[in-house]
Design a binder for this molecule. Structure first.
Ligand SMILES: [Mn+2]
Length: 311
């Protein structure tokens, strides 16, 4: 009996990076003649723009009952607390991720099939698989565009510190495999921004993380937009309501403004502001609005790394 590969990612939300990796890796395995099923119960967040939404994966976990021989591939996730709950840990055969913390855990279980590296996007790791496989010439325009958008999104247009030369090279190579226009980048981010502006509360819900920081629960929402002006002009009441309703006292929104190369940080309260100022240098507070501003873009995972380094 041939084994079926089940590709999946994190829960309860997925972003464009996870989405692109699932689609492109499924396509690659199919080209190699393997039996493959993509299975996702998570909700897509605002980074997966409308024209990218496609019914290519199943949401029905009951399908697993009829597959006796299976191996799971995890993309853009490696923390066992954060992947889809239907995944049987002992049946995981491959992991492609760029979040730190579980490199050794997986290395001990699956050896070199654990590809967990500090690159800007997991999409870059899937692109590497295409290159190694010699199927790159046959990559579909849609898979190439998704991987390119994922790299842009996760590296914040290569402004994030986690982005690497390999991300840039992968993006440049991928752009030859779809109808790439000069405005691809600004159009992608502006469309994400429009989605966020039209569904502000849902977008906040879909990109929020509750984190256990040295025994203390903290709540960090994140939004990535090209230009925050509209949001700061017309959505602050929705944002404030959302932050006030968070389950944790220490709560803030990390609003990344890619076009201006900075973050605007909106706090739930004074405690949250004092907490972040204690744990992160390089924030300027605007005394009029109370917002924090960073001198360059910082991802939530980078803020956490800086907080751990300072603790
Ligand atoms: Mn990612």
């Amino acid at each position: 009996m041939e084994r079926t590969t089940v590709i999946t990612s994190g829960a309860p939300f997925i972003d464009i990076d996870a989405y692109a990796c699932i689609f492109a890796y499924q396509e690659l395995l199919q080209k190699q003649g393997k039996k493959v099923l993509s299975l996702v119960t998570s909700h897509p967040n605002a980074s997966i723009i409308h024209r990218y939404k496609k019914d290519f994966y199943s949401r029905d976990t009951k399908m697993l009952w009829n597959i006796p021989e299976k191996g799971y591939v995890l993309v853009d996730v490696s923390d066992p607390k954060h992947f889809e709950s239907f995944v049987e840990e002992k049946e995981v055969t491959n992991v492609f991720d760029h979040h730190p913390g579980f490199e050794n855990f997986w290395k001990e279980k699956i050896g070199k099939n654990a590809v967990i590296e500090p690159v800007g996007a997991a999409a870059t790791l899937i692109f590497r698989e295409y290159k190694k496989s010699q199927f790159l010439q046959e990559i579909s325009p849609f898979a190439a565009e998704l991987l390119a958008a994922a790299i842009l999104s996760n590296t914040l247009s290569f402004q994030a510190q986690i982005s690497t030369q390999e991300d840039k090279d992968a993006y440049a190579e991928l752009s030859a495999y779809f109808n790439f226009q000069e405005q691809f980048e600004s159009e992608y981010f502006l469309e994400v921004q429009r989605t966020i502006e039209n569904t502000i509360t849902e977008s906040l819900v879909n990109d929020s993380k509750r984190i256990d920081f040295l025994g203390q629960k903290i709540f960090i929402a994140q939004l990535e937009v090209f230009d925050a002006e509209n949001i700061l002009r017309s959505k602050t009441e929705d944002i404030s309501n959302f932050l006030q309703n968070s389950p944790d006292n220490i709560t803030f929104l990390n609003l990344i403004e890619i076009g201006k190369g900075r973050n605007v940080i909106i706090f739930k309260n004074r405690d949250s502001k004092d907490f972040l100022l204690d744990h992160l240098s390089d924030i300027n507070i605007d005394t009029h609005t109370g917002y924090g501003f960073t001198p360059s873009v910082v991802l939530r995972k980078e803020i956490l790394t800086k907080m751990y380094n300072k603790a």
